[in-house]
Design a binder for this molecule. Sequence first.
Ligand code: SIN
Length: 537
Amino acid sequence: MIYKRYLQNFDTKKDDVVIFDVVIIGTGIAGMYTALNIDKRIKVAIITKKTIQNSNTAIAQGGIAVPIGNDDSPDIHYMDTIKAGSGLCNSKMAKILVSEALINIEMLIKMGVPFDLDDENKIVLGQEGAHTKKRILHAGGDATGRIISEHLGAKLKLAENITIFENTFLVDIITIGHAAVGVLLKQKGKKFILFSKYIVLASGGYGYIYKYTTNPEVTTGDGCAAAIRCGAKVVDMEFVQFHPTVLFHPMNNSFLISEAVRGEGGILYNSKGERFMSNYHHLAELAPRDIVARSIFFEMQKTNSKNVFLDVTHLDKEFIKRRFPNIYSKCIKIGLDITKERIPVAPAQHYSMGGVLSDENGKTTVENLFVCGEAAGTMVHGANRLASNSLLEGLVFGRRIAQFINNHQLGSLKIISIGYKEERGNDNLNIISEAELLREKMSFQAGIIRINGDLRNLLDFIINRIDYLKNKKLQNLKEIEFYNMLTVGYTIVQAALMREESRGSHYRYDFPQQDDINWKKHLIFSLNGWEVIDKNA
Ligand code: SIN
């Protein structure tokens, strides 16, 4: 534990200790929505590493999948989710996800989120890969995440029971016995503790441990790593989703070109100008995301190119500008008019299916510690998340956590005297360049295509750095972030090595077949080591 190195002679009677009923880490959709669903009599602190608008949610384009079309139903949405998940979705969780979609969308609408409407004032439903029905709700065309984030953020600021801590970094989760009792935080060089009855991790994913990612810099897996250090279990870490179409341009190679663009008729061409997706899957451009990403990767290899092209020039120009205002203007800024030219794209890390193991109420394996959103390992997405199911997951399980908290006595919190000591930093490693090296290796050795030799090499690199740093006194923020990236990286790479098959987003060049006899299983890691459990066990 990092905090055990910090905490000695801490005087709990002084100002540095504050008590809340609930502390939420993260201000993406999951964190904000959980906070807003907690009763007003309950005192909530919500913590974010930068500002409340700095999250994966705020840049989400696609939307929220909800089975509300005339020809749709939760059962059909469930079947699409299960199919995309390549045999590893947890059925119970997937049923909860689809059956509670509507009520949560109604709540968002009540909170004022303006989903796009047609001329008859009906919600517009978009199409995305591997959905058999049109069911994607969006706002502001392709600015869904930003609009939701701004609306919930405004509500958060008005809520009298909620205190927002921006620019505040989670160092560690504090436990007594098997229960979480607080968090050690760092804000402008000052460390302080918030004690609370319940702690909710909504800290997002860990995309930034990859060099090529759509995720913002804040996603270094801090919540997940802190959860591991305090004894929580994590699951499905090998399942990292790569988005097929991320802008590949000298001025920007992390900007998402939404799956909805293919949903509206966008076509993929390789660098020789050949359309290729129907050679790989009968749904062509609308095949499941893992298949499109791998097919693009193979085409790039075949044609020795760094990217392929997404073409929308055959679509109506005004429609493109109206439906994708964000993508259109972002591309115009770098000199690319998507109504006239093909968009250079390549796959990049986008989402983490794995995370901190949780049950249907968001409970982790550590008492009083909850998790929701991308940080959670609900097993709802299996080996490959269906597009636009992620914002939905944050809503459904965030609300369930809030309901659990609302229905349980908060009781009084026992505060113990724990210590606090300033520490020296690590002096030898150049953390910035080491972190960049790790990110590069993750992209190339634990990316879309994996193979034993590369994974072993990467694992050695990670273990070597962990061994060096584990007894050092991590002081500076970058050092702690790097340690968190190594911790999460270790679980991804070790799990990817153990899973000797290909399934969903996890593709082993040396084990290209899906092996249902031996591998309909989940890999779970904790400080006690690895466990293998059967699907739905
Ligand atoms: C997209 O717009 O393509 C991303 C949607 C998602 O990740 O679900």
